[in-house]
Design a protein around this ligand. Structure first.
Ligand SMILES: Cc1ncc(COP(=O)(O)O)c(C=O)c1O
Length: 484
């Protein structure tokens, strides 16, 4: 028989090196268990509760009506005649369609996105940042934030051996970063967030990581996730200033992942954009530090992950490099137009004097209010369990509690050739139907163990989940401690 050309031996080794825990072995197992339950199999539970991925709609969150109205009108313009759709949605849809080739959402747009939408985004950023100017030509629509992050990293990765690009990323991190670094064969430079200090970013740790990395690579970029995934912290303005000062001093390109900018729950925390803080540091910084910041339709109060909408704002990029960026973006033609339309609604929502405002405002507040309540509930219930310690969920959509794993369980995991927190999460899934992701998939300090769970299930489901988790944890501790 003719041999295959593409085998594990000929596969791009960089692809082999990629790991992505959020959809990894635990999730595959959860799928198998779900199928088994559907086919009438018996388990000690009746459903799998998926708290592994930040996919709000999959967990039952309802779409924001206004966003769907505008996208529906753009998709099927005959609906403009329908009295069921409000004028303010029709007006926005007409405007978006005016920017599309042939007035159709089915056309390609310019590679950087529809010009109207880029202008709306720039206006939104100016308003969000209280007047800090934003130039629409610095805005690029993307296919979710992931696409923007990958594109910017692609520009930055170069060099060989000790001049290979080092990419500084937080640990714990969202595994898109480690996966992209593996795929591009860049050098991952870890800086550890301070768990004892609410996962704050410690500037001394940045210096340590940078100096250590310089021995074997050329750190060229620092990535920040604020609010944090999986750690749920919201960075203070002072901390952002320190990071930007560090980037300025060390000539680092800054990538600021701000996809959770609307997800801030702790009353004493506030979202500060890197762009605004940079501006406030004065022209010497504002006119020189190269910064790309990312936003998305997937998170916030809309949770429209499937639209694959997003944008990046890129400032202080060398004009010749910018031309290369545009070239690279052109190769993939353009991001989905439906995602661009969804992004436009997020940056241009109904205003208080518009018909749809009240309903929009009520839906938005209800989603964000429920998330804030669930963030608090999760922290409180987890912290009441012996052997679990959870930092406040200040923002984003996740808790990343630290779990105590008895030495006997660690030994068993070693025998089975898996990480202790993988053993923990597998047992949790098999015994309770709860699907969470082991901390090892995000990176963690050696000798510490965690898992990541989302706060997206409904409040009722979340309470059930946390109750089951508590019972499981207590019996896990008993089982392995009794073995000692
Ligand atoms: C921190 C962070 N950045 C980027 C992304 C990617 O989001 P998108 O769906 O916009 O590609 C996610 C998704 O969970 C995320 O948590």
């Amino acid at each position: 028989m003719r041999e295959k050309t593409l085998t594990m031996d000929t596969l791009n080794p960089q692809v082999k090196a990629v790991e992505y825990a959020v959809r990894g072995p635990i999730v595959i197992k959860a799928g198998e268990i779900e199928r088994c339950l559907e086919e009438g199999g018996t388990k000690p539970f009746s459903e799998v509760i998926k708290a592994n991925i930040g996919d709000a709609h999959a967990m039952g969150q309802q779409p924001i009506t206004f966003l769907r109205q505008v996208v529906a009108l753009c998709t099927f313009p005959e609906l403009m005649e329908s009295p069921s759709f409000p004028e303010d949605a029709k007006w926005r849809a007409r405007r978006i369609l005016q920017g599309c080739g042939g007035h159709s959402l089915g056309s390609y747009s310019a590679s950087a996105g529809v010009e109207y939408i880029r202008k709306d985004i720039a206006a939104y950023i100016e308003q969000r940042d209280e007047g800090v100017p934003s130039n629409w030509e610095d805005i690029y629509l993307t296919t979710g934030a992931s696409d923007g992050i990958m594109t910017i990293l692609r520009l930055l990765v170069s060099g060989k051996d000790s001049s290979r690009t080092g990419v500084m990323i937080p640990i714990p991190q969202y595994p898109l970063y480690s996966a992209a670094i593996s795929e591009m064969d860049a050098v991952q430079v870890n800086y550890y967030l301070d768990e004892d200090n609410c996962w704050a970013l410690d500037i001394n740790e940045l210096h340590r990581a940078y100096q250590a990395a310089k021995q074997h690579c050329q750190p060229r970029v620092i990535c920040i996730i604020n609010p944090g995934n999986p750690t749920g912290q919201v960075q203070s303005k002072k901390c952002i200033e320190e990071v930007l000062h560090f980037a300025y001093e060390e000539n680092l390109f800054v990538m600021s992942d701000e996809v959770y900018q609307d997800n801030v729950y702790a009353p004493d925390c506030q979202f500060h954009s890197f762009k605004k803080v940079l501006y406030e540091m004065g022209p010497e910084y504002y006119n020189s530090v190269e910064l790309a910041s990312f936003h998305s339709t997937s998170k916030g109060y809309t949770g429209e992950c499937g639209f694959r909408g997003g944008y990046m704002e890129v400032i202080n990029m060398d004009p010749e490099v910018k031309a290369q960026l545009v070239k690279l973006l052109s190769v993939r033609l353009c991001p989905p137009l439906s995602g661009q339309a969804a992004m436009d609604v997020i940056v241009n929502p109904p205003q208080p004097d518009e018909h749809s405002y009240q309903q929009f405002h009520q839906e938005k507040s209800s989603v964000l209010g429920a998330l804030a309540e669930k963030a608090k509930l999760t922290e409180e219930i987890l912290n009441a369990v012996p052997g679990i310690k959870c930092n406040p969920v200040q923002g984003a959509m996740y808790a990343f509690p630290r779990i105590f794993i008895p030495p006997k369980a660690m030994e068993e995991a070693k025998t089975l050739g898996m990480q202790p927190d993988m053993l923990y999460c597998l047992r949790l899934l098999e015994e309770t139907g709860i699907c969470v992701v082991p901390g090892s998939g995000f990176g963690q300090k050696d000798g510490t163990y965690h898992f990541r769970m989302t706060i997206l299930p409904s409040k009722e489901k979340l309470k059930v989940l946390l109750g089951k988790l508590r019972d499981f944890h207590v019996s896990f501790l008993k089982e392995y401690s009794a073995l000692e």
